[in-house]
Design a protein around this ligand. Structure first.
Ligand SMILES: Nc1ncnc2c1ncn2[C@@H]1O[C@H](COP(=O)(O)OP(=O)(O)OP(=O)(O)O)[C@@H](O)[C@H]1O
Length: 470
């Protein structure tokens, strides 16, 4: 690949956005990549990792905050540099299909335009629909129109942001096959293509190279080359091997994300906002209960707030059943105490999607750690798993849950409310202040589920109040 001509270079690209709270956050950091002549590149990564942002920066739809995007001189010189295919088709409803495609036409005579449009309409299978309006077409056909619109200008690079995700699986598969066919045409004018997708099979079917973005901030995590002829055979060993590499990389990204979510990397603005949240929290506490003491975990948090130090973020509750967590910890203790995520799923007869929340919850509770894609029992986890007395085990689970600041603070509020109980609204308010970026309803329901399991708090849904059990 290195001898090929580079047609687009991204150097040290960074992009910042403003959160609804007003704080800035870095969505992309230090992105460095080249796109080669003739290459089909796929960008994949977890949701929110910044794939669309990177695509838009490369296409010139938005500007990076730092770093550069530069295109090679096109040849011929008047060649359009890029075109963009959006997920939601982005067609003009009042224009016919022919007019929608003509929007992107370079300056040509009327006759030349017609020839080009006819050629592209034929190519994408829209013959006979030239005068129809978008509302008269199916989703698949509308996306054909936006493909045609991007291709009609013969751009040097075509950018596609999840172009098939709004379509049903069958339509998206047939359109993907069509794209493979169009890409293979010897007289193709488009030099390169960059596709953002969250579907592995899309990347595996189309791309020459897959770039995996990590999250928070988005950086290039891995690059996987695919030197397989098209159309690709999902059952071939080579395809399966690349698929496995992708799955492994994603497993690692998922686990890194879980670990990251338990860490809070400070920026000056984030520290200020967190301090403000904690101040508010403490102020509010005094209103709720004048003799309420500030919980120990948050005291630590307020003291350790230098902008350069790394501090523990207030941990959200992971919406999973604690029986699954207990099962996972027991499983690890009877096996080798350390395993990889995929072996663990196979062992438990569950999918990665089912096991991941339990892994995250067990880590939050201090029973395991997850270096890379390994799952390793901690001393606390080992003690917990080896305890056979149900009462002592229950107490250990209670202590683990109470170490979580959000549970501790609400438990204290419930305790201080005495026989009259704590109104659910106040508990939810507390959650909103402590975990402003989480879904407070999910957090509240998970808190109730966990506290009921550990017999810490009971909830009276008629009165909408929380009580300490007898
Ligand atoms: N204009 C904007 N202002 C503020 N934040 C934004 C803006 N655009 C995107 N974001 C945020 O930046 C992050 C990355 O968004 P982006 O859409 O680039 O990610 P993505 O990897 O394409 O996600 P997905 O796969 O879910 O589409 C997200 O947290 C998103 O909410």
């Amino acid at each position: 690949m290195s001898k090929k001509k580079i047609i687009l270079s991204v150097r040290s690209l960074c992009k910042d956005y403003r959160r609804p709270s007003g704080n800035m956050f870095t969505v992309l950091e230090g992105i460095h990549l080249d796109i080669y002549d003739g290459e089909f590149l796929a960008l994949v990564g977890l949701s929110g990792s910044g794939k669309s942002t990177l695509l838009r920066c490369m296409a010139g739809l938005i500007n990076p905050d730092r770093g550069t995007v530069s295109y090679a001189t096109p040849s011929p010189e008047n060649m359009q540099l890029s075109a963009f295919v959006f997920q939601n088709f982005a067609l003009f409803p009042w224009m016919s299909i022919r007019e929608n495609i003509a929007v992107s036409m370079p300056k040509l005579t009327r006759q030349e335009q017609d020839i080009r449009i006819d050629r592209i309409i034929q190519m994408v299978g829209l013959k006979g629909f030239e005068d129809a309006f978008p509302r008269e077409l199916s989703g698949g056909m509308r996306q054909r129109v936006s493909l045609a619109r991007a291709m009609v200008s013969d751009p040097m690079i075509m950018f596609m942001d999840e172009p098939f995700s709004a379509l049903d699986p069958l339509t998206s598969e047939s359109l993907r096959a069509e794209l493979v066919r169009l890409w293979a045409q010897p007289d193709r004018k488009i030099r390169s293509c960059v596709l953002v997708t969250h579907r592995f099979e899309e990347a595996l079917q189309l791309a020459d190279r897959i770039l995996i973005l990590s999250s928070n901030p988005g950086t290039i995590f891995r690059s996987i080359e695919i030197n397989l002829p098209r159309p690709r055979m999902p059952n071939s060993p080579e395809y399966k091997e690349i698929e496995e590499q992708l799955e492994k990389a994603f497993g690692q990204l998922h686990l890194d994300k879980v670990t990251d979510e338990n860490e809070f990397e400070n920026t000056t603005t984030d520290v200020q906002s967190r301090q403000k949240q904690i101040d508010n929290l403490n102020k509010n506490r005094m209103v709720i209960s004048t003799h309420d003491k500030v919980s120990e975990p948050e005291n630590k948090l307020t003291k350790n707030n230098s902008p350069t130090s790394k501090q523990r973020r207030i941990k959200p509750l992971i919406n999973t059943n604690l029986t699954l967590v207990e099962g996972l910890v027991s499983r690890l203790s009877t096996e080798v105490e350390t395993t990889d995520l995929y072996d663990l799923c196979e062992d438990m007869g569950q999918s990665v999607d089912q096991v991941l929340p339990a892994v995250a919850a067990a880590e939050t509770l201090g029973f395991i750690i997850t270096p890379g894609i390994r799952v390793v029992l901690t001393d606390e986890g080992r003690l917990f798993a080896s305890e056979h007395d149900a009462e002592v085990r229950g107490k250990m689970m209670r202590n683990a849950i109470l170490k979580l600041p959000v549970v501790y603070s609400i438990y204290e509020l419930v305790k201080n409310s005495g026989e009259s109980g704590l109104e659910a609204d106040i508990a939810i308010e507390q959650i909103v202040m402590m975990l402003p970026f989480e879904d407070h309803d999910v957090q509240f329901q998970t808190l109730l589920k966990w506290c009921r399991y550990a017999n810490l708090i009971v909830y009276d849904s008629d009165e909408e109040k929380l009580f300490i059990p007898d």
